[in-house]
Design a protein around this ligand. Structure first.
Ligand code: PLP
Length: 429
């Protein structure tokens, strides 16, 4: 299998090449040259996530230097449960919990899989690969956790001072020596600028630098695995295709669901829930694509005004008619998020994070109540305790993996927004 750019100007690459490069040289995103096609029988008698992953991803690794390592990569990446849980008191609805990883959000899954791949690709490298991540909170923690203590790979996380919550800061700063955190006296955009400048600087050309942002195809492929698994489990229970509601920001999670369906898995309707950043629902209803600056909402990990994976979705569905049939989408504002969190706490004693709440709002207000939907839970509510606890007037129990992180000692370096000083740290630290 080879990978081409959505913009078609760059030559196709092997999987290893696409994973290492991240973004194509022409600015496009890598997509597989074709999708394999599966039937349910291909997964007969397999149950566990690593086994489902191995079968689903085999064609994507075919012919690559990583091909023989796929079983080990799947075992290394899928180490925590991803339960599909029916909600008995809520009618025809289940929840797919993607938040049982080390930093309690779904980005752990993609980041861990990418780390498992890169570590093996880098095994024989003479100099370490340094991965730079600018983060406004969640992504940096997942990437740091995934690469923690992996030989041959260094991680440098940049985050804005005062721009992340105390619990998020803990998750950025509590790792082994190969993961260092820089607290930047600026905003997220300053962090991102420093990373971009470092990646293109001739001054730093002696270092092997890369990034691990969410457009890397190594993060999308493993996300297709949990949609495949949930759809197979649902089929075995009900004999019906699974319909999903996916809280959506940059569209990475949702595109993985669309890909799993394109590969023949028993998946029916796919519904996207955004926060007040409503570019996707507006596009689907008007046909006009108008990306813009994002606005801040309670579901902050979905504050995206120009979702980059739209390029992958439009690449798969070249006609607008086809795209319109592929997904539906609604936006949910902060007031509706709060109301949904309160309602479900009172009605069924469930606490959702603000992102997951957008999914339940869409399920309850826009979809046929008699049809079964699985709402995707993207983070544990304990990550967003500053929103949830005052609203519900209760304490959210912290899951054990996250609780352990919150007790580890931390370390960080304070830097300004000046590039030369940052570059000196990269060379010397
Ligand atoms: C990143 C994130 C999202 C949005 O996922 P996309 O792939 O960007 O659409 C939703 N919820 C949480 C908790 C996230 O961290």
């Amino acid at each position: 299998m080879r990978y081409r750019s959505t913009r078609a100007a760059s030559a196709p690459l092997t999987l290893g090449g696409a994973l290492t490069r991240g973004l194509a040289e022409d600015g496009g995103l890598y997509v597989p040259e074709r999708f394999p096609s599966f039937t349910r029988e291909d997964f007969a008698r397999v149950e566990t996530l690593p086994e489902i992953a191995r079968i689903l991803l085999e064609p994507f690794f075919a012919g690559d230097e990583l091909e023989r390592e796929l079983p080990a990569i799947c075992a290394d990446a899928f180490t925590f449960p991803i339960p599909l849980r029916p909600l008995p008191r809520k009618g025809a609805v289940s929840v797919l919990e993607l938040f049982h990883g080390p930093t309690a959000a779904f980005k752990d899954i993609g980041a861990r899989f990418l780390a498992a791949c890169l570590q093996r690709l880098e095994r024989d490298a003479s100099a370490p690969l340094t991965i730079l991540v600018a983060t406004s909170g969640d992504t940096g923690g997942a990437v740091a956790a995934a690469f923690d203590a992996r030989a041959g790979i260094e991680v440098r996380v940049l985050y804005p001072a005062g721009g992340v919550s105390p619990r998020q800061e803990q998750q950025l700063t509590c790792w082994s020596d190969n993961v260092r955190a820089y607290r930047v006296a600026g905003v997220f955009d300053d962090c991102q600028r420093l990373v971009k400048q470092a990646l293109t600087s001739s001054e730093l050309s002696g270092l092997r630098l890369s990034s691990a942002n969410s457009i890397n195809i190594g993060r999308l492929l493993p996300q297709a695995v949990y949609y495949a698994a949930a759809a197979l489990w649902h089929w075995r229970e009900s004999g019906q295709p699974a319909a999903f509601v996916v809280p959506t920001g940059n569209l990475g999670n949702a595109v993985a669901a669309v890909w799993a369906r394109a590969m023949g898995l028993p998946i029916g309707e796919l519904v996207l829930a955004t926060n007040a950043n409503a570019v996707i629902p507006e596009f689907l209803s008007s046909g006009e694509w108008s990306p813009r600056r994002s606005v801040a909402t309670l579901a902050s990990a979905m504050d995206v005004g120009d979702p980059s994976n739209m390029e992958r979705l439009r690449d798969l569905h070249r006609d607008f008619d086809e795209l319109e049939k592929s997904v539906r989408a609604w936006a949910v504002d902060d007031e509706q998020i709060r109301a949904q969190i309160l309602t479900d706490y009172r009605r069924c004693n469930e606490i959702w994070c603000p992102h997951t709440a957008t999914g339940f709002y869409v399920r309850d207000h826009h979809l046929d109540p008699n049809r079964h939907f699985t709402v995707v839970a993207t983070a544990h509510p304990a990550k967003f305790e500053t929103v949830i606890e005052p609203l519900l007037d209760t304490t959210v129990q912290v899951p054990p993996a996250l609780a352990r992180l919150l007790t580890l000692p931390t370390r960080r370096t304070d830097i300004g927004t000046d590039f030369d000083a940052f570059a000196a740290h990269l060379t010397d630290d």
